[in-house]
Design a protein around this ligand. Structure first.
Ligand SMILES: Cc1cc2nc3c(=O)[nH]c(=O)nc-3n(C[C@H](O)[C@H](O)[C@H](O)COP(=O)(O)OP(=O)(O)OC[C@H]3O[C@@H](n4cnc5c(N)ncnc54)[C@H](O)[C@@H]3O)c2cc1C
Length: 461
């Protein structure tokens, strides 16, 4: 029988939140052997957003693939050979690179006495017995558990879309997914790609595919891209920009099925409106779901996640939930929310660890007071958003997709206060300024004046 291992702290999941929690534990003081991270991934925690950006960039792809078989390239990646590229490859984006921190190589975990248990999936959590069991039957005991299992992609097969299991239909969540996609992009060079979904993944991957010389069509049912955040005005800039780059956008319909060639590879996407699109590669980005099945029936849930307090403590003693899976009190809006973004994954991890350590010393720390922050990058574009996107909106700036250097934004105003701000093409100082107004929520006397003042409304505060 497999040996049972015991730790003071166990983090289940080895993504962004786990990596930042490990750093906070080491800052706060950790004895060797006290902390273990158990992850089903084969590599230490990395900055997941890089997967849809630099990691699938043309230059690095070609350099990564030339002369190597896929397996060998993967092997080299794992062995941390990054000499062949100056683009985003591992170990370049191990946490905490994304926030300007030290990169945590496997050696870092060793030096800090942290046991990194990779390639290990936890299949059972018995929170009453404080025990986790892996797929191979290994048993892990803990005193305090941090659940950091993140999200899994929503698959078209979940909706019974016919042919959705064909070869060359990809999803992107983990490094393995990105490696498979990179290989296919190389094999299907100059081919046709269909991107299903017009959210973050859809927009970022369409740009990456285009940059990699594939012919790209995006398909989404909504009237404009990224409807959860973008207004029609914001979206029309990005749709215009993408169209100018040669990306074909098909709106108002969905992928209803796929046909395959004799190799079982996807050949055509059948749309619900009856049209068909030829495809060598399909990428699906239609959302993600928090992975909480391990804890079902044991922990109180809310809004699809594990309900926590302002210190990420769940309803079960000594069990914390951080990152994508936590539904926590968003103090600023006096509401329980779940946030699937990297900034919150980092900050919630730090908050939970600080709270755990403080409690051990009989101390307390301030409540989590999070300002939502989302961002994305594609082509030469880069936007940031802070705050809440509800209420009336006011756009400002140059949002002509043909401009050589577009810079524009939008404010959201609710009950006479500015509560959200979006900016494309901002400098670091300007981005700081929009973060500040979203946090301080200044009163807005007139939408017309705000529209005229534009970005200077934020920068002068
Ligand atoms: C391609 C991509 C691009 C993104 N880009 C952005 C962006 O530009 N901006 C932004 O704000 N956010 C972005 N995000 C979202 C952001 O990456 C997530 O919000 C963040 O990673 C959440 O951190 P987490 O630690 O909660 O989960 P994750 O980072 O997903 O980590 C969860 C980990 O748990 C492991 N795991 C799950 N179940 C088990 C189990 N049973 N046993 C063992 N291990 C398990 C997983 O394998 C994974 O390693 C992006 C996400 C993706 C997929």
């Amino acid at each position: 029988m497999a040996e049972e291992k015991s730790f003071k702290y166990v983090i289940v999941g080895g993504g962004v939140a786990a990596g930042y929690a490990a750093r906070e534990f080491s800052k706060q003081g950790l004895k060797p052997g006290e902390l273990a991270i158990i992850s089903r991934e084969q590599v230490p925690p990395y900055e997941r957003p890089a997967l849809s950006k630099g990691y699938i960039n043309l230059e690095s792809n070609n350099k990564r693939s030339i002369g190597f078989s896929f397996v060998l390239a993967r092997f080299l990646t794992i062995l941390f050979f990054s000499w062949y590229t100056d683009k985003a490859t591992l170990p370049g984006f191990y946490v905490c690179a994304g926030s300007g921190g030290e990169k945590q190589f496997p050696q870092w975990y060793k030096e800090n006495g942290i046991e990194l248990i990779l390639d290990t999936e936890i299949v059972k959590a018995d929170l009453a017995a404080k025990t986790l069991v892996s797929g191979t039957g290994q048993v892990f005991k803990y005193q305090t558990l941090l659940a950091a299992t993140g999200s899994s992609v929503t698959r078209l097969s979940d909706f019974g879309v016919q042919g959705a299991d064909a070869k060359n239909i990809f999803y992107l969540r983990e490094l393995d997914d990105a490696d498979e996609l990179v290989t296919a992009m190389d094999v299907k060079k100059n081919g046709k790609a269909v991107v299903v979904g017009g959210g973050y993944i859809g927009l970022e991957l369409s740009s990456a595919l285009k940059v990699n010389n594939l012919e790209v069509t995006m398909v989404y049912p909504e009237p404009w891209c990224m409807p959860r955040l973008f207004t029609a005005g914001i979206a029309s800039f990005y749709e215009g920009y993408y169209a100018n780059k040669g990306i074909n956008i098909v709106k108002g319909t969905v992928a209803a099925g796929f046909s395959t060639n004799s190799n079982g590879e996807v050949a055509e996407v059948k749309l619900k409106d009856g049209r068909t699109l030829k495809a060598d590669i399909v990428i699906v980005g239609v959302g993600a779901r928090p992975i909480i099945s391990l804890f079902k029936g044991q922990v109180e849930e809310e809004k699809g996640g594990l309900k926590t307090d302002a210190f990420f403590k769940t309803s079960v003693p000594d069990v914390y939930a951080i990152g994508d899976i936590a539904t926590f009190p968003m103090k600023l809006y006096n509401e329980m929310r779940r946030v699937e973004h990297v900034d919150h994954a980092r900050k919630s991890a730090e908050q939970a660890v600080k709270a755990i350590k403080a409690a051990e010393e009989g101390k307390s720390i301030p409540e989590y007071d999070y300002l939502p922050y989302f961002y994305s990058r594609a082509f030469d574009l880069s936007w940031q958003f802070y705050g809440d996107n509800v209420g009336e909106t006011v756009m400002f700036g140059d949002n002509d997709p043909k401009s050589p250097k577009p810079k524009f934004g939008s404010y959201w105003i609710k009950e006479g206060k500015l509560i959200g701000a979006f900016l494309e093409g901002g400098t670091p100082e300007e981005n700081k300024a929009i973060a500040k107004v979203a946090r301080t929520q200044p009163s807005v006397e007139s939408l017309n004046v705000l529209s005229k003042e534009g970005l200077s409304f934020a920068t002068k505060i």
